[in-house]
Structure formats: structure tokens, C-alpha cells
Design a protein around this ligand. Structure first.
Ligand SMILES: [Zn+2]
Ligand SMILES: [Zn+2]
Length: 301
């Protein structure tokens, strides 16, 4: 998987900082996560292709997380899209999009499926042969969800020097799934460990924006390879963070530390901060494996 930042500012515009939008490449597909104003321009700038997007995940209905969506869908339509697009979002988005398209007299030439997220538990939204995407509740002023992208266990690779006429294709398939092959007496004939190897462990990415500091999210994001967590404020504005249901850099780093994730990305920086380096200084003392999200940042998982 590859995580790409298209925008990681907060609601008030700042030159050079764009509202939330992220692309997660998995195999030959791109998942779009949030879609703030102007996301389609950032997609052009950072090489994210429309036709690779089949699923869009919207965390909540504050404008800095979804106001780019109608524009993006309109462009997909005018560029001749035919393939289905599924958008996952809290209740209300369907009404907003329906009214917008009604008055702009847009007739979509492709299937737009809107799935409402309502569950207050961890809840699977999408599953393919290789990945499961789930939502989980965050703590914000309106109904808001985090997303968890969990790769499934990948087939192991068969060792070429172990190929022989004795081993059938069915045996090889079984060994690649991590299962040993037994003989007619039930004794182990070939072990998966001896005949195969794995170079690629399944990865997990967790997305948390926007949210107040809440340890209720720890079980959902535990041991993730990469965590994106908002840090709208520095610790000197912790009262403001509490009032607005946002987090500070210290709080985001504490969540990363307590959930034992491997790598933390901070974003959603308030427009009051002209420089973002202080976020690094504050959070890295608690959680050193840290990246600040700016447009174009890419992280390979
Ligand atoms: Zn926001
Ligand atoms: Zn918000």
C-alpha cells in the first residue's frame, strides 16, 4: 500500500495548505479518503487517476472533508466514466448530492452508490480478495468515522528449487496458502515453511480525522503499520482543542504510542499556525517515527 497526502489543512484556507484529502493505493486501485475543496486539482498535481478510484470514504460532513466531492463526481461524469463509484459517508450526503445534481441538471452516466455509515462499532464497509475496509466511531462535534484498511494475508511464494514432478499444482496451491500437505496416512509430507517463503506481510492503515483525544479508538487502531491522526493544535491550545473536539500534537502522539502503531502522520493543522515544524518538535518527543502531512507526501507501507 502507498499513502499519499493530497491535502491536510483544516477548515480555514491557508496559502499552500489544502483541506483534507488522501489517496491510498492498494494493488491497482486507489481509495480516496475525504475529499475537501479542490481535491481534483491536487489529484492532477500528484498523479492520482480518476479511473483508478472506485471507492471514496468520507469521514464526516464538515465542509473541509467533502466539499470537493460534487465537483469530482461531475468531472468523472463529463470525462465519460461508466464504471460504478461507491461513496461511504455518514447520513446526509445522499440528500446533499441529490439536490446539487437536481439543480445543476446533471444526469450521471454511471452508477453512484451511496452507503451510509451509522454503526457505532467497528463495521466492515468493503471487502475484496485482498483487503477489508472498516469504519469505527471518532469523537467530534458531528457524527464522524475513522477508517481502517487491513490487507488480508497474502499467498506465500513457492521456492523454485523445490519444484519437482512429485508435487502437484494442488499441493503447491495448498503450500502457498500456508497449509502443510499430508500423505495418505495423515503424516506431514511437505511443510509450507520448507517449500514456501513470504516477503510481504499484510499491512494496516488507520485514518483518524477529525477527533478529540479519545482512548476509545485505541482498540480499533492497535498495532497499525501507519496511523494518520489529526493534530489541529499544539498543546498550548489544549482548551481550544477540547472545546472544538480536535486534538493536539501531544495527544495524537500519545494515541500513537498507546496503540503501538509503527508510524504516525500528523495533519489537519489549524490556520493559526503559519509554520508546522513545532508540531514535529512537540510530538516527536513522545512518538519519534513521525511525518508531518503536506501535499505530495508519500509513505510506502
Ligand atoms: Zn476538519
Ligand atoms: Zn470536522
Amino acid at each position: 500500500m502507498k499513502f499519499k497526502v493530497l491535502g491536510a489543512g483544516s477548515a480555514t484556507p491557508v496559502v499552500g495548505r489544502y483541506p483534507s484529502a488522501f489517496a491510498l493505493n492498494h494493488e491497482n486501485e486507489t481509495f480516496l479518503i475525504d475529499c475537501g475543496e479542490g481535491t481534483q486539482w491536487r489529484m492532477l498535481e500528484f498523479g492520482v487517476k480518476h479511473h483508478k478510484i472506485n471507492h471514496i470514504f468520507i469521514s464526516h460532513l464538515h465542509g473541509d472533508h467533502f466539499l470537493g466531492l460534487v465537483g469530482l463526481i461531475s468531472s468523472m461524469n463529463s470525462l465519460g466514466r461508466k464504471q460504478k463509484l461507491t461513496v461511504y459517508a455518514p447520513p446526509g450526503l445522499k440528500e446533499i448530492i441529490t439536490i446539487q445534481f437536481k439543480y445543476q441538471e446533471t444526469r450521471l452516466e454511471f452508477d453512484l452508490v451511496l452507503i451510509e455509515i451509522i454503526s457505532e462499532e467497528k463495521s466492515p464497509l468493503f471487502e475484496s480478495a485482498t483487503i477489508v475496509v472498516s469504519s469505527f466511531p471518532l469523537v467530534h462535534r458531528i457524527s464522524t468515522f475513522g477508517f481502517l484498511f487491513e490487507e488480508k494475508i497474502k499467498p506465500r511464494n513457492f521456492k523454485k528449487d523445490k519444484l519437482s514432478e512429485e508435487i502437484s499444482l494442488a499441493n503447491i496451491h495448498q503450500l502457498k496458502q500456508g497449509k502443510d500437505v499430508l500423505d495418505e496416512n495423515g503424516k506431514i509430507k511437505y511443510t509450507s515453511e520448507e517449500y514456501t517463503f513470504s516477503t510481504d506481510l499484510p499491512k494496516t492503515f488507520a485514518y483518524c480525522s477529525d477527533t478529540a483525544y479519545s482512548e476509545s479508538i485505541l482498540p480499533f487502531i492497535q498495532n497499525a503499520d501507519l496511523l494518520y491522526h489529526e493534530s489541529t493544535f499544539l498543546q498550548d491550545k489544549i482548551r481550544r482543542a477540547e472545546e472544538t473536539f480536535h486534538s493536539t500534537a501531544t495527544q495524537a502522539a500519545s494515541i500513537a504510542f498507546k496503540s503501538n502503531v509503527k508510524h504516525l502522520v500528523l495533519g489537519h493543522f489549524s490556520a493559526r499556525y503559519k509554520e508546522i515544524e513545532p508540531f514535529f518538535a512537540e510530538a516527536s518527543g513522545i512518538f519519534p517515527n513521525l511525518t508531518l502531512a503536506i501535499g505530495g507526501t508519500e509513505i510506502d507501507l
